[in-house]
Design a protein around this ligand. Structure first.
Ligand code: ATP
Ligand code: MG
Length: 361
């Protein structure tokens, strides 16, 4: 298999800079996700890797080879799109066989490879069905089988689950991960769904307006976002503004948030007293305490908003000394949960779930 290396990759469409000086390396066999909001350049990056677009600047390498000049059919890349892109008049077998036929593979070898990939994606027995006789999830598996049957060095998937309902999305994403692990194929996956990205990826690149914000493992992105954009985009959080008041010497940093309250965060990166920072507080950082005097790093306030989500109720706390409402969650709610509305609650804030960074000038 093959690493994918992007060096100073840029793509302009007229005055739009879709991809802006992207530098990243997808390791051999890695499941790598491009994550970001609509229009941030995910599809364009994938199309550049596949060879359907020509870069305005920069290099694309597969391992040691620069592939900028190679046409798509010579890049040995399998691609799965959001809208399946299967041939409506062909059977499942014929759809999957097509990519092999145009490569000159026929007869027993053709059948063997088609049937084995259909088994891999869980479609055995449906060879003779036509696309209109398949569910959305089965169609997506056909699209995946078509991409895999050519035994590509690199697999590219562009929002392959976005047409499916939530339950199917979760079960097919597990299948995609299983197949990727079994084949150890270098995979670049595009999504704007942060939960999907966290669940699937070895590493994630967060893109914002064509630029890279951060590349990291799901855990690092969640716990140590490099920018305010990443903190907001991954998971739920409250982002506050504040000023560093004490930067050490222990492993905690004290930050006075706008509104006056001082909170402690685990030291993530060097900052100095007086510097303006953003502060991200995950809802699960807030642990309820009965006696605020006996706890550290406490926020207290009135419950302003509350919604029932099954495993938790999620609410907003109008906390004393904090300018913005703080998100919190309480686990295993009982039937009397609505009575919490308007109550004053106290929480101890876990410094490990508070992150911060310098405000960009
Ligand atoms: N062929 C094109 N001509 C002109 N502009 C384009 C073209 N393709 C993409 N763009 C622009 O480039 C930017 C990035 O588009 P891209 O399709 O890569 O975004 P995306 O991250 O895949 O978004 P989405 O999540 O909505 O699919 C957008 O502003 C888009 O309008
Ligand atoms: Mg797209």
């Amino acid at each position: 298999m093959t690493a994918v290396i992007l060096e100073g990759l840029s793509k302009r469409f007229g005055s739009t800079v879709a991809v802006n000086d992207l530098n990243l390396t997808v390791a051999d066999g890695e499941f790598f996700t491009l994550l970001g909001p609509s229009g941030c350049g995910k599809t364009t990056t994938l199309r550049l890797i596949a060879g359907f677009e020509t870069p305005t600047a920069g290099l694309i390498r597969f391992g040691d080879r620069v592939v900028n000049e190679l046409p798509p059919q010579r890049r040995n890349v399998g691609m799965v799109l959001q809208n399946y892109a299967v041939f409506p008049t062909m059977t499942v077998f014929e759809n999957v066989a097509y990519g092999l036929e145009i490569r000159g593979i026929r007869g027993k070898e053709l059948s063997r490879r088609v049937l084995s990939v259909l088994e891999l994606v869980g479609l055995s027995g449906l060879e003779n069905r036509r696309p209109e006789q398949l569910s959305g999830g089965q169609l997506q598996r056909v699209a995946l089988a078509r991409a895999l049957v050519i035994e590509p060095e690199i697999l590219l998937l562009d929002e392959p689950l976005s047409n499916l309902d939530v339950q199917l999305r979760v079960s097919i994403r597990k299948e995609i991960r299983r197949i990727q692990q079994a084949l150890r194929i270098t995979t670049v996956y595009v999504t704007h769904d942060q939960e999907e990205a966290l669940a699937l990826s070895d590493r994630i690149a967060v893109l914002n307006a064509g630029r890279l914000e951060q590349v990291a493992t799901p855990f690092e992105l969640y716990r140590a976002p490099a920018t305010k954009f990443v903190a907001r985009f991954i998971g739920r959080t409250t982002v506050l503004a504040g000023e560093v008041c004490d930067a050490g010497p222990d492993d905690l940093v004290a930050i006075r948030v706008d509104g006056g309250l001082t909170l402690r965060a685990a030291r993530l990166r060097p900052v100095a007293p007086g510097e303006r920072v953003w502060v991200s507080i995950r809802p699960e950082a807030l642990n309820p305490v009965a006696d605020p005097a006996a706890a550290n790093n406490v926020v207290s306030g009135e419950v302003r908003y509350l919604e029932f989500l099954g495993p938790v109720v999620r609410g907003e706390l109008k906390a004393e000394g904090v300018a913005e409402p703080l998100l919190f969650e309480l686990g295993r709610p009982g039937p009397d949960w609505p009575a919490l509305r308007g109550r004053v609650l106290h929480f101890e804030v876990d410094p490990a779930l508070v992150s911060y960074g310098l405000e960009r000038p």
